[in-house]
Ligand binder design. Structure first.
Ligand SMILES: Cc1cc2nc3c(=O)[nH]c(=O)nc-3n(C[C@H](O)[C@H](O)[C@H](O)COP(=O)(O)OP(=O)(O)OC[C@H]3O[C@@H](n4cnc5c(N)ncnc54)[C@H](O)[C@@H]3O)c2cc1C
Length: 302
């Protein structure tokens, strides 16, 4: 086997795992498609000691940390992983293949936006999914919340703490009960009925042509774990409740999967994880991988 561990995905989860493995003197290759989830954001927040760094800056610092301990990098998209004697064969879309004794999957997830014109091009800038990531920067602005079938009232109340000028768009998807209306009234949230047909630089356009001026629009995305390349190993994603999306199930808190030798960390298995918690999951998985290799080496030495 060329490498002890092949890490698929070089975001915070994969890089943090690679640092742990490199520091344990393991040979590590990180293969990364270079499309991190937060690429469209201007800054990184809630990452202790790295506040307001650019997403690229955070990853460059993480790569430098890993390179310090001999971790190798390759740019590419992993297309399939199959079992090989003593480990795994990892094939990239350009037809190259490498082998590793173990695999750390840290490929994150894809955000699928509601099919409304204007959202995709404003994603991560004025179209926002997470109050904790963007709320402080959007504070005091005119914010809208796009209604959907999920916990929209709770989400609207969350956004309310960052602005007094908040509108909930029902978007023909939400029916509020009297208690919910009262909660929103009490916090001064305006409720606008009607289907949303577009989001433009002027604001939210409704199907009847009315435009409600808004600087930002908060939306829920469907989250889909990036894991199709694991199908040959029999590892499949599972559905999250309420149609929220998909995730890769794990067997224990270290991220061990049902396939021996394969661990997963970060958003691929935990849609709620943010940057710092994804990195933390990478550390935990890296430590478990080190121990797994240590025990295998000891057994083989007998
Ligand atoms: C717009 C936006 C802003 C955000 N802002 C913040 C914030 O300020 N603070 C915060 O804590 N969180 C923020 N988040 C959440 C944060 O982006 C994620 O929690 C974090 O990126 C998850 O880390 P990860 O390592 O699991 O995945 P990612 O960072 O997405 O990294 C996964 C990597 O794997 C690569 N990859 C995927 N598939 C393959 C494949 N088949 N082969 C090779 N490589 C592959 C991808 O290209 C990517 O580089 C934000 C999210 C969004 C959408």
């Amino acid at each position: 086997m060329a490498y002890d561990v092949v890490v698929v995905g070089g975001g915070p989860a994969g890089l943090a795992g690679a640092v742990v493995l490199g520091r344990a003197l393991r040979s590590v290759l990180v293969i990364d498609a270079n499309e991190p989830r937060n690429a469209r954001a201007a800054e990184v927040h809630n990452y202790l000691t790295r506040e307001a760094l650019s997403p690229d800056g955070l990853l460059a610092a993480g790569r430098a940390d890993a390179e310090r301990y001999g971790v190798s990098f390759r740019t590419g998209t992993v297309r399939s992983v199959t079992e090989a004697a003593g480990g795994f064969r990892v094939e990239t879309a350009d037809g190259e293949a490498v082998e590793g004794r173990r695999l750390l999957v840290a490929t994150g997830l894809s955000d699928v936006l509601p099919d409304i014109p204007g959202l995709a091009e404003r994603w991560g800038r004025t179209v926002l999914h997470c109050g904790h990531c963007h709320g402080y920067e959007a504070r005091g602005s005119a914010i809208g919340v796009l209604g959907d079938s999920l916990a929209v009232v709770m989400n609207t109340l969350l956004w309310r703490q960052w602005t007094e000028d908040l509108v909930l768009f029902l978007n023909d998807a939400v029916e509020l009960d009297p208690a919910q209306r009262q909660q929103l009234d009490a916090r001064g949230v305006r409720v606008v009925a009607g289907r949303v047909s577009a989001f433009t630089d002027e604001g939210v356009r409704l199907a009847d042509g009315t435009v409600v001026p808004r600087d930002h629009l908060a939306v829920h995305t469907r989250v889909e774990a990036r894991a199709g390349f694991l199908a040959p190993l029999g590892l499949k994603t599972a559905e999250l409740p309420l149609g929220l999306g998909t995730y890769l199930p794990v067997e224990d808190p270290t991220g061990r999967t049902s396939v021996p030798g394969v661990w997963v960390a970060g958003n691929a298995s935990d849609a709620r994880a943010q940057l710092l918690s994804s990195a933390a999951a990478g550390v935990t998985a890296g430590e478990a991988l080190v121990m797994d290799l240590v025990m295998t080496d000891a057994a083989q030495a007998r």
